[in-house]
Write a protein that binds this ligand. Structure first.
Ligand code: NAD
Ligand code: MG
Length: 306
């Protein structure tokens, strides 16, 4: 069923406003969802930009693949890309079909093409084939957003099972190598690769040793790959979110007792909403950032970064 925005007071990302007040500080319950989490079950609900992201033609005619585009930051990026004029393919886990359908609906209502590509990025074969499937569905590819990620908090290193360690590294960093390898034959000069890293790359929580170390690797990979692909006219950059309210957090990403204070310790005093990340990805994907390569754009509510 198509939803309709009936809130006439609503602003968009281009409205002059106080960033402290743009969204309320949230205090989520300690309730847990099963991994990988569901956008539709997220309490409180998060803003993916359906009614708050206004496009201005910055990605007209572009073709993007966004991993983990069913929910959270990836969904907000997929929606913003469509609003900016791009066709968008998203990958997600088969269990996330319902969330993916909702993103498909929003992209399609925007008048752009959406392609749904379910599968597991810890599977090397899926990584190799999903890019070709995106290219067939969209008729090409010029933006790759490596955004899917796994985050499971544990009290001690002894609780990190080998299965968790390996699947976190597979999903967060090994998949990036594989997806980039599979994409290069399709990407022409002007194309952009954007990797999602994290403030955890520089400020690792003691409960996220496996996750945080993949994020440091992603930052490093981004800076190396950017140099390698620059002569081909392909720009590689990263976005490093701070605490953003997405299904990742209440599905094992945080210790439950941390959830009621989620995001409150950053200088802005509140967690970020997924759609607040989207302009960073749009900027890095758009030709206007032609001289920006190997950069990590921090979108974190003001936490200092190196
Ligand atoms: P999210 O749960 O909405 O999105 C993560 C997505 O990753 C899932 O929807 C799922 O489709 C995908 N994924 C996970 N494991 C996968 C697998 N094995 N195969 C295929 N897909 C898989 O959460 P999010 O917070 O929007 O996460 C997006 C990215 O942002 C992640 O890389 C995460 O590390 C990063 N990040 C999030 C925060 C935050 O506070 N939410 C902060 C910093 C970085
Ligand atoms: Mg999801």
């Amino acid at each position: 069923m198509a939803s309709q925005d009936t809130d006439t007071t609503r602003t968009d990302q281009l409205t002059f406003q106080d960033p402290v007040e743009r969204y309320p500080s949230i205090s989520p319950p300690e309730d847990q969802q099963p991994e990988p989490g569901s956008q539709q079950d997220l309490t409180p609900a998060a803003d993916l930009g359906e009614f708050s992201y206004r496009g201005t033609g910055r990605l007209t005619g572009r073709k993007a693949l966004v991993t983990g585009g069913d929910s959270g930051i990836g969904a907000a990026v997929a929606i913003a890309f469509a609003r900016e004029g791009a066709d968008v393919a998203i990958t997600y886990l088969p269990a996330e079909e319902e969330d993916a359908r909702e993103v498909e609906r929003i992209i399609t209502e925007t008048g752009r093409k959406a392609a749904l590509l379910p599968g597991d990025l810890t599977d090397a074969e899926f990584c190799a084939e999903v890019v070709d499937r995106a290219v067939s569905a969209l008729g090409g590819l010029d933006i790759l957003v490596n955004n899917a990620g796994k985050q499971i908090a544990t009290e001690s290193i002894e609780e990190i099972t080998d299965e968790q360690l390996e699947s976190t590294y597979q999903a967060n960093i090994l998949a990036m190598f594989r997806l980039v390898k599979a994409s290069l034959k399709h990407l022409q000069p002007g194309s952009a690769i954007i990797n999602t890293t994290s403030v955890q790359a520089y400020q690792p929580s003691p409960t996220l040793l496996d996750y945080a170390s993949t994020k440091a690797a992603i930052n490093n990979f981004t800076k190396g790959l950017a140099q390698q692909l620059a002569p081909q006219g392909i720009r590689v950059n990263a976005v490093a979110p701070g605490p953003i309210w997405t299904p990742l957090q209440p599905s094992g990403g945080q210790m439950p007792e941390q959830l009621p204070e989620f995001g409150q310790s950053v200088p802005l005093g509140r967690a970020g909403q997924p759609t607040e990340l989207a302009p960073a990805y749009v900027f890095l994907a758009s030709p206007e950032s032609s001289y920006v390569l190997g950069e990590t754009l921090n979108v974190n509510g003001g936490s200092p970064t190196p």
